[in-house]
Design a protein around this ligand. Sequence first.
Ligand SMILES: Nc1ncnc2c1ncn2[C@@H]1O[C@H](COP(=O)(O)OP(=O)(O)OP(=O)(O)O)[C@@H](O)[C@H]1O
Ligand SMILES: [Mg+2]
Length: 402
Amino acid sequence: MINVERLTKSFRGRKNVEIAVDDVSFSVREGEFFTLLGPSGCGKTTTLRCIAGLEHPDSGAIHLGEETVFRDRVLVPSHRRDIGMVFQSYAVWPHLSVFENVAFPLRVSQERMTRHQVKAEVRDVLELVGLHGLDERMSTDLSGGQQQRLALARALVRKPTVLLLDEPLSNLDARLRERMRMELRLIQKRTGLTTLFVTHDQVEALSMSDRMAVMSGGRIVQVATPQEFYTQPSSAFVATFLGGVNLLPGKIVRLAPWPDGRGTHAVVEVAFGEVTGLVGSEGLDVGDSVVAAIRYEDVRVRRATRDEELEENTFPGQVAGFLYEGASFDYHVDVGDHEIRARIGSRNEFLEDGATVATTFPARYLRVLTADDPAHQAAAPDGAGAADQTETVRIGADAEAS
Ligand SMILES: Nc1ncnc2c1ncn2[C@@H]1O[C@H](COP(=O)(O)OP(=O)(O)OP(=O)(O)O)[C@@H](O)[C@H]1O
Ligand SMILES: [Mg+2]
């Protein structure tokens, strides 16, 4: 439904050219809720604005359904694109009532509508977003969540085929944000509207998306479902961007097929010994510097005796501290010189500070990943920007991620 091919957009400053979106390709399927997730400045908004027709891309192509809205000399203006949009500062019109806010897009549209039709359409969409009965209220007399819904109603009233949402929930307080997540998702499902959502909030992305793309430095580094992202990140950058993960730097010493025939396993020499895990990044070989990544909740920790024989992927450690989180303990365990974090359900045996433990990294949960941010890797060669006198700067790649 939305198809973006090799989209590039740069901004020319006085001294340099900033590449905000760098060769980005992705497709959003009909009816899908698709999210662009990434740190501040990685190019999410610029990508969305290109799709909306609010920025003129340098190159690439954008298709909405059957229609090509951007390519070479084709540039369909924003108001001709069949889209609805909600932005971070949802900007409802303060001098208009709820009804008039929603009716406005209908009044200015090319389609001629009778007053009766306008009224019916507005009523329907206010019903959909849960604002029925508030038609006559001034928009400024609404709560934050209601204003958010009003902005959504305004975007939906012309029945667009595509909905673009740029951090629409970030102005709301935490509790309201959580509720609006669920509501927004329900409205999206009810309407079956193809939706492209932009956020830098990992929980929002994981909880709302059918599929998502993680961006860094103007590039897409992985496209997958939320579950795949969480359990099968393709790089250390993506793994750390989504939830707590231990990263053990090391070198690959052996590669072998995984016992069930799917994938490859690697033995990695890390600071305190050899660990075995599943290869998660492409193109890795013996001798490569990698990180062995395992999520806090996948590490096992149990009380052990000092001279006990330990099984594979298991190392002696000592509890250095813990945080009680109600449902779980967040243990900090010294293994060699490394501090490992393990999230263990609080119904398990309590391990006090200083306890001698065996720390296990189950091989099926340990992923061997490229150490670098793939966006940076791809950026390295070819001395970009040397031809003209300007310097090419990759934006936002270092922000927040680490
Ligand atoms: N009109 C502009 N002129 C110059 N540079 C711009 C312009 N718009 C965006 N940029 C730059 O392009 C980069 C990408 O910006 P963009 O707004 O797309 O990031 P973002 O991922 O949406 O970030 P955030 O999460 O902070 O909203 C930023 O470094 C920004 O400074
Ligand atoms: Mg933005």
